[in-house]
Design a protein around this ligand. Sequence first.
Ligand code: XIL
Length: 450
Amino acid sequence: MPKNMRLIILQTILFLSCINPFYTQTVYAQYLRDYAKVINLNFGSPTQGLKPQMMDSLSNNFNFTIPGNSLKFNMVEPKQGKFDFKFADSVVDFAEKHGMKVKGHCLIWHWSEPGWLWYYSVHGHPTREGMLKIMKTHIDNVVGHFKGRINEWDLVNEAILDKPDWDGGCLKNTHWRSIIGPDYIDSAFVYAHRADPKAYLYLNDYSGEMNFPQEKVKADLIYEFVKGLVKRGIPIHGVGLESHINNVADEFGIYLNIKRYADLGIRVAMTETDIMHSSFSPVAWTAMLNAAVANFNFTTFVVWGMTDQYSWKGRNCDCLMWDVNFERKPSVFKAVITAMFKADKKVALLRGRFQAIPADDRMPNIPDSLSVNTEGKHIELKWGNTAKAMTYAVERANTKDGPYKIVEKEIIETSYTDKHVKKGTNYYYKVLAVNPFGISQDSKEIAISY
Ligand code: XIL
């Protein structure tokens, strides 16, 4: 086809895409995961219920997946001590082939208790020690099997009450809770962290995302509980907000509920998003994404399935991104893509740095390779990219070894221009690296006479 003919066709498509949203389908230059990559976001869907024809769509559009239901307790340890990793192994193989990350879902959830565990809990004269041993064996085997291949886990699932119980407690009275005691979650995190110190461990729950009156109570319970874990030094790294939404989303509430975890150094993910009856009014999709990607500690957005055909909410839910005929829903795609496209690029950069902080060794390194020069009326300080740093602070003194004063903080770049300098003065500088887990030690001192 002649070159100018191709140009005319492309221009026509672009023109039609402006007047008819359905044509926008044909001009998507990239897949969803390409948009996600630009903003350093994990964008995922489980493989659950997927027919072979959807597997291409999965790997084209998502950079993150979950082996469906196959890692739930009853599926992976159907008989005590007998583990079945077949399906999850095949999903991990698939994911590795397509450059996708994998999350394990979920290790400790009362709804997926296998028969043998129920029997032991009810009729087996269970003891705290016996139950802890079962928990440890399960976690050691499952996390251990995937060590180095699955590096994040929904460790404890749906453990928090919707409102406080009579004595202010926040834990559901599951077998784990009633037999082991309220510290069972602490133990689960410690066991999993020992089994794979590099894995990110999440507490996952529903109704923790919004501040609508009926949900705020639970959102606060989850937050206070997680804050307690962090303060006690329990190795928790993330909170999963399931995000099963009934068409209306409280954008500002969601934003705040994610943001308050940032100071605790806790990652937040939307882990099971589906939005009921949403394709005619996809506003909630935009709201969810907008609120999420405005936070650097928001790392992962997962939809709970691709097509309505296999949604756990039933095929008439109109709650996912593909319809029952496996066709993309243009209005929902547009909402999701627009939100990702408009996301703040500075926040995205910080998200990338936050994601790169390992689970087991989180303090920022000390900045090095400092250099300093005069630049006209200013002094220009530069240093090297520093592992685990999210931002930097610069200190200055007029005499060797101080006293030093912070002159600038929250610096994103690896340079600083000092504009407040006087001729004939000696300046000494040091740089610090900062992330939510702390501040590095001072860099070496560097001096300049201006
Ligand atoms: C659901 C699955 O989608 C169904 O296929 C399965 O039959 C039951 O579990 N919260 C969770 C998920 O954490 O694991 C649940 O998934 C949905 C609610």
